[in-house]
Design a protein around this ligand. Structure first.
Ligand SMILES: [Cu+2]
Length: 150
């Protein structure tokens, strides 16, 4: 494949990603405020896909680096590690919540003050390899929204 052809394909993919929002609903999304000196924040939400999707990651102008992380108890120690992507089973909620999967926001460009909102983009890939996105605004607050699942 020539370089030109490859870049045309990429441009096409970017256009279709903007045209179609991913077939997924996002519930109870929020991000944690930071205290002075803190270098990172976490973002949490519940995702329900209506077709098989893979969560590829997230991005935000408020953070230079966004990674999918997983917290897991290993013996007595809580460990955090990066996950490259997460598969979504249609109709089965995938929870990103404190103590489990979460988005780790690093290289923060925003003070993440309680009461503010952070733009956030989720990126998904469907079974055919097509990439789509969902745009959100994450409320910055100290606790999870209560009525997320009602
Ligand atoms: Cu983390």
């Amino acid at each position: 494949m020539t370089k030109l052809f490859a870049s045309l394909l990429l441009a096409g993919a970017a256009l279709s990603a903007q045209a179609a929002s991913a077939p997924v609903t996002v519930q109870g999304a929020w991000a944690r405020p930071i205290v002075p000196g803190q270098q990172s924040s976490g973002a949490y939400m519940t995702l329900v896909a209506s077709e098989p999707l893979t969560l590829l990651g997230g991005e935000s102008p408020a953070a230079g680096i966004v990674e999918i992380h997983q917290m897991k108890m290993e013996g007595d120690i809580m460990k955090m590690r990066a996950a490259e992507n997460l598969p979504l089973v249609p109709g089965k909620p995938l929870q990103l919540a404190p103590g489990g999967y979460h988005f780790m926001l690093m290289d923060l460009q925003d003070p993440f003050k309680a009461g503010s909102q952070i733009p956030f983009t989720l990126r998904f890939r469907d079974a055919k390899g097509k990439v789509s996105t969902v745009q959100l605004r994450l409320p910055v607050q100290r606790v999870a929204p209560h009525d997320a699942h009602r």
